[in-house]
Design a protein around this ligand. Structure first.
Ligand code: 6AU
Length: 260
């Protein structure tokens, strides 16, 4: 049961190299916090990344929401990630046929495969997408988080879709870093990471269908390894203090989980 194992033990069981690295970072920095840096201004993202860098294991972008995106945004972002030892994660949620995804992943103005070690992928279109990501040009250090469930109210994802997603993940052990989900779905595969978004200390929903759980609940009861926090940090009066607080709450919950 992965919920009882430490991240350092699990790093040795991970078959995807980025998952192994993420486990090591989580263990070394004592943080399971992934910041969703959902800001539309490039400089604001860089400043926030620099400030919260010590408290996060990964920084998740939606690169296509940045209004002043330029390819010269990427080098400083990579530099900050390197100095503070966190992973760059583009939440692209690829969902097209393989050939199109190959282009979306490695071409265009974002050239995601050249800088993001992690990306999110919908399982909807099946194996072709994963084959495309595996074979595309770019940094060979790459991992995929497959979406098996969502935090959105009224989602069309069914139990059988979720199950089929886990089966698909098991067919690509060297590529899949983990699963994006809301429940402890894969207890028997400790090398995979459960990434859970929809985490906030207050406010149970937003006005567009997002549903939140508290840091303690997602880790203790819902099986989250890495927790994604966006507006809980970006919209706080003091984002750095908020990041520190989320990091601490999440780490305490994890420590308690592996201790009992
Ligand atoms: O904390 P928030 O609500 O401000 O931001 C949550 C972040 C956003 C979403 O695009 C993303 O998490 N997300 C995902 C991911 C990570 O793929 C899946 C999901 O089910 N719900 C969700 O909110 O950047």
């Amino acid at each position: 049961n992965r919920l009882k194992l430490s991240f350092i033990e699990r790093s040795k069981l991970a078959k995807n190299p980025v998952a192994a690295k993420l486990f090591e970072i989580m263990s070394a920095k004592q943080t399971t916090l992934c910041l969703a840096a959902d800001l539309t201004d490039a400089t604001k993202i860089l400043n926030l990344a620099e400030q919260v860098g010590p408290y996060i294991c990964a920084l998740k972008t939606h690169i296509d929401i940045i209004e002043d995106f330029h390819s010269n945004f990427i080098e400083p972002l990579k530099d900050i990630a390197k100095r503070h030892n966190f992973v760059l994660f583009e939440d692209r949620k690829f969902a097209d046929i393989g050939k199109t995804v190959e282009f979306q992943y490695s071409k265009g103005i974002y050239q995601i495969s050249s800088w993001a070690s992690l990306v999110t992928v919908h399982s909807l279109t099946g194996k072709g997408v994963l084959d495309a990501i595996k074979g595309a040009t770019g940094n060979p250090e790459r991992g995929v988080f497959l979406l098996a469930e969502t935090s959105a109210a009224g989602s069309l994802i069914t139990d059988s879709y979720t199950k089929s997603t886990l089966k698909l993940a098991s067919e690509y052990p060297d590529l899949i870093s983990g699963i994006v989900c809301q429940n402890p779905l894969f207890l028997d595969n400790p090398g995979l990471i459960q990434l859970t978004p929809g985490v906030k200390i207050e406010s149970k929903v937003d006005n567009l269908g997002q549903q939140y759980n508290t840091p303690d609940l997602v880790v203790a009861e819902k099986g989250a390894d890495v927790a994604v926090v966006g507006r809980g940090i970006t919209e706080a009066c003091d984002p750095v203090a908020a990041a520190q607080l989320y990091r601490e709450m999440l780490w305490k919950a994890y420590s308690k989980r592996i201790a009992v």
